[in-house]
Design a protein around this ligand. Structure first.
Ligand code: ARG
Length: 566
């Protein structure tokens, strides 16, 4: 919607040598409406036209014939060309459009033909799914959905951490203290337990490490027993994490993890060698990056073992080849900044022009008030426990607020899990978050329950008046500032989604939903629906229905359910 309007406005403007698409790109929505509904900054044309931006803006303003579409006024102010639209007409159009398109409102085909690979969640096999994975999982999951809505082909990749000496250790531990039956019965819990025990005992019996190394070598060499156990650990871990993905509405198109690249690294290493980029250093092979202010990128250890970075290089090649991506995102904690800068730089040195399409979408840490965690010592906050606890609390709150509600358990799951997800996505991703149950579950805060509750309110209002008849709407019923504010917000939905992918920040959508709810609740306090004349009632119910559609779709894009009643 917004983009169609930008295109329409662009069609009114003629600047020599500047295409309409380019103009539409440059047109933006100013933060306050005093400067119009749309604005075109004229600064960048000054050089080519050899005129001041102010003069350009004035001349353009004078040349535009009005009214055109819903544009009713054009003003030149300090080098900006500001467009004012007929807001009443705009509001009506927006509401009618949403009521017609429902949840597909905001869909676009602007990403058509473009594939975006999103590497997210990327859990480590045989390690617990802890709260540290929350950010990457929900952030990546949301970007996946937003890209798809805008017409891109999203490819979700779970780059499993399924390689490394710890698998040798696990085999040793498993053989000493566990068996298949127990593993199947107790799952991840026992895997973590024996892993922790291994580390305690290996301190006293360092020879265990030799044994572990030997087992790891066996996995590398494809030994049957070792491989079978390795696959078993993988299956047990995935069984557990899949349950969490289901609760978070997360899906993947590929589970190709680190081990998948075992046989795909050599060609990359060969190419590096050919291009003279790979140098020996203390018996190891590295790419020197000193010139770029980085330590060397270590790719092959002295003993011939490859590294995390080697696998990421092979994975990048593979993704480019298989998906021919437009962008390849890595939703990974900021602690890995250097790693990705190194990998991207090496690709650039290899002459891959697509290195510029790789993006590290970094984020901060999530923690509970009680602080740090370490798998080796077994002190971790499991994501499952956090979700369960939030759901329990949500259940208590709901039972208190609405004791007669049916399906309280189902609703509590949606509210509790939604609250955790929403609070994670509400902040700029680079910020560390310290998580508080009371805060994320506050029904009056900037939270999922607040947004979900507003949606349920919309639905109950619609139900109370028995829906609407669009043909019999009297739009004078929404001719008031509160309705106009709601409609203007609704009209900005598509723009918000674009902002989310421009910055890789679903937080814009989360905040937008809170603002929309605030706008709607202001409208709801100021205007009646039931009891009004038929036409007015219809128009206001349409506004309510439009809000409901956008909230529900917005929540879905964040990976959150919208319970019909709360
Ligand atoms: N498994 C890694 C970790 O937990 C994250 C992997 C991210 N993806 C990648 N292609 N390096 O730290």
């Amino acid at each position: 919607m917004t983009d169609e309007r930008k295109a329409m406005i662009a069609s009114l403007i003629n600047i020599e040598g500047v295409g309409k698409d380019e103009l539409a790109e440059l047109i933006s929505v100013p933060p306050t409406r005093d400067n119009g509904d749309y604005t075109l900054p004229c600064f960048r044309f000054a050089k080519a036209l050899r005129k001041s931006p102010a003069a350009i803006a004035s001349e353009l303003a004078a040349s535009i014939k009005l009214p055109a579409g819903d544009v009713i006024r054009v003003e030149a102010v300090n080098g900006y060309l500001n467009f004012f639209t007929d807001r009443k007409l705009g509001a009506i159009r927006t509401i009618e459009k949403i009521c017609a398109e429902k949840f597909s409102y905001g869909d676009s085909d602007e990403g058509k033909g473009k594939t975006v690979c999103i590497d997210y969640s990327s859990v480590n096999i045989a390690k617990p799914f802890h709260i540290g994975h929350l950010y990457t999982t929900v952030l990546g999951g949301s970007l996946y959905k937003i890209y798809s809505k805008l017409g891109y082909k999203s490819v979700g990749i779970n780059h499993l951490g399924d390689w490394g000496t710890q698998f040798g250790k696990l085999i040793v531990a498993f053989k000493k203290w566990c068996n298949k039956e127990e593993l199947d019965r107790r799952g991840m819990e026992v895997l973590t337990e024996i892993y922790v025990r291994y580390h305690t005992e290996a301190e006293i019996h360092p020879e265990m490490d030799d044994e572990a190394r030997a087992y790891f070598k066996k996995i590398e060499d494809g030994d049957e027993e070792a491989t079978e156990l390795f696959n078993l650990f993988k299956e047990i871990t995935l069984r557990e994490v899949r349950k969490i993905y289901e609760r978070l509405h997360i899906t993947f198109d590929s589970y190709n993890g680190e081990s998948f690249y075992n046989d795909k690294m050599q060609p990359v290493l060969d190419e590096l060698e050919e291009k003279g980029l790979l140098v020996e250093s203390d018996g190891a092979k590295v790419v020197e990056l000193e010139k770029y202010g980085m330590p060397p990128c270590l790719l092959v250890k002295k003993d011939g073992a490859t590294l995390y970075a080697t696998r990421d290089l092979a994975a990048a090649y593979y993704r480019k080849q298989v998906y021919d991506f437009y962008k390849c995102l890595y939703v990974v904690a900021y602690q890995q900044n250097l790693h990705f800068r190194q990998v991207f730089k090496v690709l650039e040195l290899l002459g891959k022009d697509w290195a510029k399409d790789m993006v590290h979408v970094a984020f901060g840490m999530v923690s509970l008030e009680d602080g740090a965690m370490s798998t080796r010592k077994g002190k971790v906050v499991l994501l499952k426990d956090v979700l369960d606890r939030a759901v329990e609390k949500a259940y208590d709150i709901i039972s208190n607020k609405n004791p007669d509600l049916e399906n309280k358990r189902v609703t509590a799951e949606k509210v509790g899990v939604g609250a955790v997800v929403f609070s994670t996505l509400y902040n700029n991703r680079i910020k560390d978050i310290v998580f508080s149950y009371d805060k994320v579950l506050n029904f009056d805060g900037e939270t999922a329950p607040y947004v979900q509750y507003t949606n349920a309110r919309c639905l109950s209002l619609m139900e109370k008046v028995g829906g609407y008849d669009a043909a019999k709407a009297d739009f004078s019923g929404i001719d008031n500032p509160e309705s106009e504010a709601v409609a203007a917000r609704l009209g900005g939905f598509g723009e918000v989604l674009r902002e989310c992918i421009r910055k890789y920040e679903p937080c814009y959508l989360a905040r937008y939903l809170v603002d929309l709810c605030k706008d709607f609740n202001r409208f709801y306090l100021a205007h009646r629906i039931a009891g009004e004349k038929e036409g007015i009632k219809n128009a206001r119910t349409m506004l309510t229905a439009a809000v409901h559609c956008v909230i529900e779709e917005g929540l879905r894009l964040l990976g959150i359910d919208a319970p019909p009643k709360m």
